[in-house]
Design a protein around this ligand. Structure first.
Ligand code: GDP
Ligand code: IMO
Ligand code: MG
Length: 424
């Protein structure tokens, strides 16, 4: 059986959590492959809204096993809090449904402090990080200094922890920006959380997934962040520190490229971005304000307001190509109800020339946006359940995108709830 992928195609927060939850009934295993608690994946069902950070979005279904893959970075403290939050769901036995790769790296309290010191020292040039210690943890991973989940089974892991912590403390001193912290308190919390983490099952996830595939189990890999935040293909340096694109699922789970099946690419009917960095179609007017208000565009992890703008087809085409997307899913169409007309960015004027591919640098001084305009729709979509109910103007919008992206849009989401999902 092939492994299907679900990936965000923009700057994150496309609605990955919702769609993974919707699709889980068709899969035996849901596996996260990169990122960490910088992610905030929102699920809504039965009148409950729930945000997951590290735990895969299949956790609420009885049929699926949830795997945290080797490419993920885990903060035991946030992870413990996530588990505690699950306790309010009666009958949810997460211990039997959640397994963790021994090769996943641990976020230490000092990684978070380093993130804060690094960001503070950058001043205006800050990345706008979620400050969860993601960058410093991946730096230790690629620098070959990191501590992995599997190390917790070794007798000397605490000594290794102390060595790395002490190195981090020296590095924190290096930064001009001084940050306040109580290390003893952070460590008490960290070691308590490690005990909880150790109560879960650790696995060699590449072997687990290989055997699962061999025995005919269906697997869905859940991406975090979005393609434009990819460390290689995103708007560097305003990106995260992992490969959020399709190839990241291979390295983040140990799945061979020829085992990938469908690649579900998910995008909002408009664009949002949280944190710093270029955003060519960003709006600073009433339209942007309306998108933010109606779409409730606040970060699920940090609560920061998300920047809003029109759909950027140049960036979307790029993401479809880099990921090899086979099916698209368009989210939050309901938020655009009531706009008289809608703009779509079809090209950039880049250094005086019109181009339709994403150039090296999309900083505002290099890029001017070229728009096409389409008629909007006024109908409230949130109660619709069938494709036949969708207004003509929305169908025109969808048809245009399908043609330009050369990929079918198979799901149109019309609200945050599980049930507000239209299959085409
Ligand atoms: P993720 O990080 O990709 O999982 O997305 P987030 O959970 O961070 O952000 C998506 C937000 O949009 C969440 O608050 C969802 O509940 C909400 N959402 C998802 N799909 C829809 C939709 O079709 N319409 C509306 N109005 N909200 C949606
Ligand atoms: P989900 O999975 C939106 C952004 C941050 C910042 C940059 C780097 O919910 O879509 P980091 O904490 O990784 O050092 O931050 O990336 N960012 C996200 N934006 N959704 C996310 O995840 C994000 N994870 C990181 O705002 O600009
Ligand atoms: Mg999110």
């Amino acid at each position: 059986m092939a492994v299907d992928l679900l990936l965000g195609l923009q700057w994150g927060d496309e609605g990955k959590g919702k769609i993974v939850d919707v699709l889980t009934k068709d899969y035996d295993i849901i596996a996260r492959f990169q990122g960490g608690p910088n992610a905030g994946h929102t699920l809504e069902f039965d009148g409950i809204k729930h945000v997951l950070h590290t735990i895969p979005s299949g956790i609420f279904h009885d049929n699926a096993m949830n795997v945290i893959g080797n490419g993920v970075v885990i903060d035991p403290v946030i992870f413990k809090r996530e588990l505690d939050n699950l306790k309010k769901f009666e009958g949810l036995d997460y211990k039997s449904k959640l397994i963790i790769s021994r090769k996943a790296h641990l976020i230490l309290p000092t990684h978070r402090l380093l993130d804060a010191a690094s960001e503070a020292s950058k001043g205006k040039a800050k990345i706008g990080s979620t400050l969860k210690g993601i960058g410093p943890t991946y730096m230790d991973k690629t620098g070959r200094n990191g501590i992995r989940v599997g190390d917790l089974e070794l007798a000397d892991w605490k000594e290794r922890y102390t060595t790395l912590r002490d190195k981090h403390l020296t590095m924190i001193d290096y930064y001009d920006a001084k940050i306040e912290f109580d290390l003893a308190e952070l460590e008490t919390e960290f070691f308590a959380a490690i005990t909880v983490l150790k109560s879960l099952t650790f696995i060699d996830s590449e072997e687990y997934l290989y055997q699962a595939q061999k025995s005919g189990k269906t697997i869905l890999a859940e991406g975090a962040q979005g393609s434009l935040l990819d460390i290689d293909f995103g708007t560097y340096p305003y990106v995260t520190s992992s490969n959020t694109t399709a190839a990241g699922a291979c390295t983040g789970l140990g799945v061979a490229p020829n085992q990938i099946g469908e690649v579900f690419g998910i995008f909002k009917a408009y664009t949002t971005r949280v944190g710093s960095g270029p955003f060519p179609t960003e709006l600073f007017d009433e339209d942007g304000e309306t998108m933010g208000r109606v779409g409730n565009e606040f970060g699920a992890t940090t609560g920061r307001p998300r920047r809003c703008g029109w759909l950027d087809l140049v960036a979307l085409k790029y993401a479809v190509r880099v990921n090899g997307v086979t099916q698209l899913m368009m989210m939050k169409g309901d938020v655009l109800s009531g706009f008289k007309s809608l703009k779509i960015c079809t090209a950039y004027k880049y250094k005086g020339q019109e181009i339709d591919h994403l150039p090296y640098n999309i900083e505002p001084e290099n890029v001017e946006v070229v728009y096409t305009e389409m008629a909007g729709w006024s109908e409230d979509l949130t109660g619709m359940t069938e494709a036949s109910q969708l207004p003509k103007e929305l169908n025109d919008y969808i048809d245009y995108l399908e043609k330009e992206l050369e990929t079918p849009i198979k799901i149109v989401s019309v609200g945050p709830d599980r049930t507000q999902t239209i299959h085409r």
